[in-house]
Each structure stands twice: as C-alpha cells, then as structure tokens.
Design a protein around this ligand. Sequence first.
Ligand code: UN1
Length: 514
Amino acid sequence: MTTMATPTLPTVEDLRTRALDALHAVGFHGDLGTPGEHGLQASTPITGEVLFTVPDTTAEEAERAIAEAARAFTTWRTTPAPVRGALVGRLGELLVAHKTDLAALVTLEAGKITSEALGEVQEMIDVCQFAVGLSRQLYGKTIASERPGHRLMETWHPLGVVGVITAFNFPVAVWAWNAAVALVCGDTVVWKPSELTPLTALACQALIERAARDVGAPPEVSRLIQGGREIGERLVDDPRVALLSATGSVRMGRQVGPRVAQRFGKVLLELGGNNAAIVTPSADLELAVRAIVFSAAGTAGQRCTTLRRLIVHSSIADDVVQRIAAAYRQLPVGDPFADDTLVGPLIHETAYRDMVRALEIARADGAEVIGGERRDVGDESAYYVAPTVVRMPAQTGIVHAETFAPILYVMTYETLDEAIAMNNAVPQGLSSSIFTLDMREAERFLAADGSDCGIANVNIGTSGAEIGGAFGGEKQTGGGRESGSDSWKAYMRRSTNTINYSTELPLAQGVHFG
Ligand code: UN1
C-alpha cells in the first residue's frame, strides 16, 4: 500500500448504477443479464468485477446485420452526400448532449480517467464535424486529356459495407473515426467492438439509431454485432464487406490482412505501435518532461500511441530520468472516476502479467527499473500499477516489443543519426517525436531519411493526435490511415472517366486502328 493509492474503490453496485444511468440517458433500453449468465461478461477494470451480461450476437444475427447493411447500401449510396452528412451531424449533436454519459461508460469499461474519457468523446464529436464538412467536399480531379475534345476526370463512389473491428483502449473514438467518414462517403457500417467494452458499444448504437430516426435515415446504415473472435471473422470473410477496418494487435493484423486480401477485399489496418521520442541537448526539458509523462503514463500506457521508448542524448540522460522519475512519484494512481487520479487501472490480469514479464526480461538484460510496482487499492482482481522508467543498457530484446502497460524504456545516444536509427529500429511504425530547439535537428527528423513513422512530431509527445490529420502508421502498424486529411479515400472507390465531346474518335497514344 502506498500513500498515492486511492484508499477505496467504488462498490460494484455504484458502478452498475452509473452504467445503467448512462445507458438509459443515451436511450438504450434493451435487456442486460446478470453476471454469469450466458453472453459477454461486461466487466470493469476499476474493480475487476462483472457488471452485466450482454447478449452476444449469434451467427444468424450477424448474417442478418451484414445483409441489412448491404441492403441499406443500395439506397444510401445514392442519397446525396450532404444529406448523409446530416445523419453524422445529428450524431455529433447527440454526442455533445451525452458527452458525460458516454465518457462514464468509457471510464467504466476501459478504466480511463474522466478527463481522458471526455477527450475520447470529444474526438468523436470532432470527427463528426469534420465528416459533415467532408460531405460537401468529396472532390475528384479533372485531368488534362491528351486528346482534343475530351475530358478526363475522377469520380469517387461509395464502396459498400465497411466492417469495423475496434480495440478496448479507444472503445468509442475509433468507431466514430470509421463510421462518421464511411457514412458520409455513402458506405454502411457493421461494427464489432472489443468484447471488453460491450456497454459503450450499446450506447453508441443507441445514439446512431436515434440520430437516424431524427433525420429520417435508415437505421440499418449502422449495425452492431457483439462477441468474440468468431463474430469478427464473419466480417473478415464475408464478400459483402468491401472494406475491413481493423484496430488491434500485429498478430490479429497478420491473420486478418491476408484473409481479406484472399477475397480481394480492402483492408485498413491500425496495429501495434512502439513509439519513441528523441530528447536532444537543446530541448526545453521542462516542456519535454511534461509531454513525456503524459504520453508514457497517460491512459496507463494503453494507447497505441503511448510513448514506450525514450532516446536521450547521453549528456542529459541522468537529468531527464530523474525528472521523469520525480514526476512519476507524484502521479496519483487509482479510481479513474476520482477527480485527482491521473493513472487508472490496467485493463485486466493478463495486461498486468505481460507488464511483470516485460520488466523481468528487461532486468535480466541489465536494466535499472524505477517504479512499476503494483498498487494495492483494496481489490485483488483490479490491477493498478505505478508507471515505470526502465533504463536500458542498449535498445535490445524486449524494447522491440509493444507491451500495453506504462513502461518507458530509456536509452542514450551520441549522434542524431544514431538516435534516428534507433527510432526506426523497431518493427512498428506508428508515432514518434523529437524534443529540440534546433531547427536543423527538427527538420532532419521529419525528412525522408528521418523518422519512418506515420506520425512524426516536434516538441509534443507521441500521443494525443488531432482528428484533422490522417492517423496511422507504417511497417507492422499496418499502413492504414483513418480520420482526417484525405483518409476518406480509403472508404470510396475511384472511377476514372474519359468523356469525348467531339465528333472524332482519336485513340490515345497515337494509335490508328482501321
Ligand atoms: C489508439 O490508441 O488506438 O493520438 C488511438 C491519440 C488518440 C488516438 C489513439 N487521438 O493518442
């Protein structure tokens, strides 16, 4: 027991009441079973207890959901895009009205502290607003034709049913990134959320159905299927699912990617990250440490974008480590609903075991481990840990793996080339940062021979991206891009059109035929 731990956790009755209040507020009035009944066990990492049982989707129901979405697509694709935007606009309004309800469910099921849970719902609102604007900006290009009296252009059309598989750690935002953009693009959506977060999924489904009713859109444009791997596999293998957007582990992506490719479906993969920040001697250390602590310890280290590796110039390494360790000692760990908590629980026992194992391997490799102990908060089935700084003699072994826990490995470098090489020397390629006040170093990091990641930042951490940019990463992260910029193109098909408005029939490339 430490002084920083929350002395008492809420009771399971408290948590059930919170969940029901939030679900009823968003308009969910379905049945929930009691713990232990057949179905998905909706548990909370706050106490490790099961709150309710959520019916899982049967094979027939999943088939019906995909069929309904496929049928709805036949009318949705020709509904004018700005009219489709109205549905997403209404969803955004409902999210504004129910921000705290949905955030409470995110805290309950994912264990996020309230501020981060609210931030996640804000991310949904942001992407809805972005998508509404996008609904009037699905532009194609007009291209100069080589033939007289001809026009060459590109038209973007809806793709079909988009299957969305999401992870526990962003249980609502990642659905919204996909659904908001897919829906304005004229696609319909079938969502398979993590089996760890079924209640937040029910709440989102209630909101999108309400939004559809309010604007007169067919509710079948967005369907929810809940269950384990077998239910997700239906989206993977069903030829009616034109695009499968899947967020999860590299292992999952390795299986899903080839299976969808086998049937010539499209995939959008958001897999693991192993994100690094370089801290150079010119860095504003006060700012850098604040950014590092949020990126490494926030969400208890359970974001894809979590900072996992710190590559510090040897001349400042001791100072940086001391500052981070001092900040970590001040971080309140405990009940994520409590106002002062900054680090909530790990999602489950397996996550805790993975963390313990990673630290054992690091120690065996000669690491110095600062922090990282389990915090006793009075409930043995909940897993609260102190964030840890792990000084590694070199970037070896376990540092190459993504462990979903608040572990920050620290390595030193001498030259910027070496630091960039270390940044890039892992199999994953999601996010990266450099802390420097030297513009040459910053530009070098962002250049073609700099960071190889999908996200490369200067003087901010690796996590907490805005929705306006395209989100995703390279290498084993899977190559997908979601949310802002021109990510919408992944949700549409491109048609190249050549129009001859002349009375002649010139052939391209100067070919004469008869
Ligand atoms: C994720 O961890 O799967 O950049 C998504 C961030 C958030 C999204 C993270 N906006 O940290």
